[in-house]
Design a protein around this ligand. Structure first.
Ligand SMILES: [Zn+2]
Length: 309
């Protein structure tokens, strides 16, 4: 092959290549990373070692240490989610005053939802853009005879919360809230009673049992470190089979029933024309969707004429 013919062929190849490049669609320089948004709702009663009020609030002598353990269990989930490809993470501090998590310990790209009141309550900030939700530190419901500090939303005031006639746990209620937005719950940690109850409602989600409930105020518990390891492993297993999970949904409109420990709340709430008195201690409210029902529960649980500012 002569030099001139080679040069001619080279020119032709360059011309063809220029033509193809100039007419082809612009190429993205690098493959864009797949988005994976994870929402984490964190309660405290299900954290390893928690057994009484001594761990659960600012007046308890062990609270400061247990805020750290609660933070560590959440961080275990955050790190496991990131190692499994999570690109965005929102964490809601959903226990007590909503100011428990030590926010300075989180990676700087994590968003944290704090304090009350807030639309969506324990699921505030979740929307249809999230791929999955995780529950950390969850506990059994008030209608469960077992479970450390078992209650549903208000341990002081509610004896039953039901959706469409079925008593629910906070976890099931929150799963229905997320499910209405198309977001599946894929993992939960808590004591054996909480985990068993949630699985019976939500199906085969991944779980981490942090302790065995021996009574309302006693448990045989993992150490904080062992609990974190179990949570990380469970979150990774859940994200490995993300496509297995379906959003948990309830029929709409949603019929909510709340039973109170005391008589007067049911009587007073029935003054509202949107509320029906079902029996001495129980009221019924029908909401068009989970968002409306969630706001109603928050109002009933949180309103007091003493509220200020
Ligand atoms: Zn709770």
């Amino acid at each position: 092959m002569s030099v001139s013919r080679r040069a001619g062929r080279l020119f032709l190849m360059l011309a063809v290549s220029w033509f193809l490049n100039s007419t082809a669609k612009p190429q993205t320089s690098a493959p864009t990373a797949k988005k994976l948004k994870i929402y984490i709702s964190v309660d405290m009663e299900g954290v390893a070692g928690v057994v009484t009020a001594d761990q659960l609030g600012p007046t308890g002598f062990e609270y400061e240490r247990f805020r750290q353990f609660m933070t560590n269990e959440t961080l275990a989930a955050v790190r496991a989610a990131k190692e499994s490809g999570a690109t965005e993470i929102a964490v809601s501090d959903s226990h007590g005053n909503g100011e428990n998590l030590l926010i300075e310990e989180f990676p700087k790209d994590v968003h944290i939802i704090r304090s009350w009141p807030r639309h969506g309550s324990m699921m505030a900030g979740v929307d249809a853009s999230f791929d999955a939700a995780l529950f950390i530190g969850y506990h059994a419901s008030t209608t469960n005879p077992r479970g450390v500090r078992a209650h549903t939303f208000s341990s002081a005031h509610f004896t039953r919360v039901a959706l469409n006639g079925n008593a629910v746990t906070e976890g099931e209620f929150n799963a229905a809230f997320a499910g209405a937005l198309g977001v599946p719950v894929i993992f939960a940690s808590g004591d054996d009673a909480a985990v068993e109850e949630l699985k019976s409602k939500l199906g085969s989600i991944e779980t981490a049992e942090t302790k065995k409930s021996l009574s309302f105020h006693s448990a045989e518990t993992l150490t904080p470190e062992a609990s974190c390891e179990r949570i990380a492993a469970g979150v990774k297993s859940a994200l490995e089979r993300l496509h297995d999970f379906k959003p948990y949904t309830v029929r709409t409109p949603v019929t909510l029933e709340i039973s109170f420990k005391n008589y007067t709340p049911a009587q007073m709430l029935s003054y509202l024309r949107s509320v029906q008195r079902v029996d001495s201690h129980t009221i019924r409210f029908v909401g068009k969707d989970m968002a409306e029902v969630s706001d109603f529960v928050d109002m009933v649980d949180g309103y007091s004429p003493d509220l200020a500012p």
